[in-house]
Design a protein around this ligand. Sequence first.
Ligand SMILES: O=c1ccn([C@@H]2O[C@H](COP(=O)(O)OP(=O)(O)O[C@H]3O[C@H](CO)[C@@H](O)[C@H](O)[C@H]3O)[C@@H](O)[C@H]2O)c(=O)[nH]1
Ligand SMILES: [Mn+2]
Length: 753
Amino acid sequence: MRKAKSEHLPLFETKSGKGLIPFRLFVASTLASICFIFVYRVRFMPAVPLLGNNELEADLGVRWTAWIGLFLAEIWFSFHWLLVVALKWKRIYRTTHKQRLSLRYDEAAFPGIDIIVCTADAKIEPPIMVVNTILSVMAYDYPSDKLSVYLSDDGGSDLMFYAMLEASRFSEQWIPFCRKFKVEPRSPEAFFDRASEPIDDHHSSMANQYWTSIKKLYEEMKARIESPTKLGRISEEIHKQHKGFREWNFVSSRSDHQTILQIIIDGRDAKALDTEGQPLPTLVYLAREKRPQYNHNFKAGSMNAAIRVSSRISNAPIILNVDCDMYSNNSESARDAICFFLDEDKGHEIGFVQFPQAFENLTDNDIYSTSMRLVTEVELPGVDSNGGPCYIGTGCFHRRESLCGKKYSSNACQGEDWTSKNDVKIEEESVDEVEETCKVVASCTYEENTEWGKEMGVKYGCAVEDVITGFAIQCRGWKSVFIKPERAGFVGLAPTKLLQSLIQQERWLGGQVQFFFSKYCPILYGYKKVSFGLQLCYCHYALGAPNSLALLYFVAVPSLCLLKGISLFPKLSNPWVIPFVYVFFGNLIYSLVERLCCGGTCLEWLNAQRNWLFGRITSYLFAILDNILRVFGITKWSFIVTSKVADEDASERYKQELMEFGATSPMFTILATIALLNAFVLVWAVKRFILEEQSLVIDSFALQIILCGLLVFINLPVYQALFLRKDKGRMPSSITYPSIAYALAPCFIALYY
Ligand SMILES: O=c1ccn([C@@H]2O[C@H](COP(=O)(O)OP(=O)(O)O[C@H]3O[C@H](CO)[C@@H](O)[C@H](O)[C@H]3O)[C@@H](O)[C@H]2O)c(=O)[nH]1
Ligand SMILES: [Mn+2]
């Protein structure tokens, strides 16, 4: 119930970001420089070759083509840079007033929250990790009877089910413990890992004993979960513990089974209490039906099944969704989120509240640039200022109705009563009956001839199902907000190998291409539905992949032209060189300052430059190829789940920040080829220009030599992996030899033809 109505102090606040003036000045000067570059390209364009085929004409042809190519690449970069500017032009940051929330509302009036946790593979997403995520959200500082947790297991694994049973038992102890000691974070693994001492000195030895006993209970549970995980199967003994295991008698494989649904803790059950007699959150295990002849739509399908099941069981007006590795690191996130939805003034138009992703397994200098530091600190606050951040698939609180397709209308939503939205639970039916009816909505055929995956729920057919879903919600008139509290809301695991990170980027960028060419194209579909600024922000991501082509040109052609003696940039002594130098180095320095301001290190910045390059010339390129192959029906896209486990050897190298190349992949062939090509050119150029010829010639080629030198510098870890390292993370010889050949071939052609 609403306590006091009169005061309208907002539940959240929005502030503009600082430091925008230097940024805008930098933008203006860069823009001017870009114009000069374009003028230079047009004015000094080499003569158009005639069609004669004598040697001179052929030479002219090469020169002209290289020039035009470079010009096109520069045009593309400038265009994409403008999209970056649109993204960063304004920024807003939000804070909440949780104390006002409790002053104004009874906890009984808080909206219910259904929490959907997705998992897909018990081998690479260990059940104990999932258990920790589940426990962390069950223990939210929020009325327990308002929380329901659904694990949607795409792996359909009895190991996972068993882990949930264990979690449900342990939660009876864990939740009161968290409440009593205000534990943070509420993932037991993370908590016991960090807090080596009992929490409170002032408390008697009783507190210490309590602490130790809970820790022991956790360790025991962990051991019980991990031993069948290692074995890969459930023992007979465990099998007898719960009727739910019988379901697996009918499972032929993880891609062919009936719906398995077990309400492990029934929130309606008066006996479902923790050790202190407080109600427990509802806990449900779901593995939707899978049949080989049906398309399962990966995570999106898994989410939609869980959304429907939850609507039959708890039907909370708010849905939180997290990936199975993203445990709650802040017990107050749920309160943060409802501060937005319940705000009297603006809450009614908010469709979802997005928290950033944070990671606990990053190295000091973020070797694979997986921290998303700039995305969280700069980009998403920028998108937020244009109408709301994208939905990024995890750590997001949705309004159930907006996720399920409802259009925003100011009349219907203003002054809404959240209490009446609660308690649509089916009170009379028994657990078994509820389970039976729910199984139907999680079957393969349920979605046939419905809007699920189209206008309802999470969208199908796109590798960034989250982004496209969020965009459609915004196009239906809803706003979204981005909140980054001091203490991170959710913490998960980032890829720990270079190839994993590249494959992840390939999925994201490929998905973005799909998004751009889909019905929901940010330009066409978003027209007049969202602000122009927001359209540009989405385009910045959606048009990321073509950067690969422009960049590949930049890392290969100027170097090859150096060999051939074709100069593509102004002489060092020529004033026209200034805009080139300004744009290139200005941007580098700006990005360094930006990163330092956001709390990064210089080495982290260097790694970011390296990964920027690596990602673009491999993942981004493959993202385009994937889409071409898919359009021609040659391949189907699939969601490659990122592994959350690493062998000891590799994780040791990861901790030492040694890049991991130990795998055969065409991506590595590209990386090695580009690195070698530039190394060959640099050696040749140093020999020829610096040792043999005079400064006059150097003058003409200075920028090309610098570019080549920088590329060699940034590629140092690649040479190391190719020739110097002996560990398992070195480049396999099946990549080294072909790459040498691929790099030498164009060099010879450039030199001798
Ligand atoms: O068929 C599948 C594949 C994946 N997942 C789950 O999806 C989540 C994300 O998968 P992960 O392999 O960790 O991918 P990431 O690249 O880390 O995921 C990011 O990018 C995805 C879109 O590409 C978003 O859906 C995610 O929320 C976002 O964290 C995990 O919980 C998986 O268990 C499924 O449920 N079913
Ligand atoms: Mn992940």
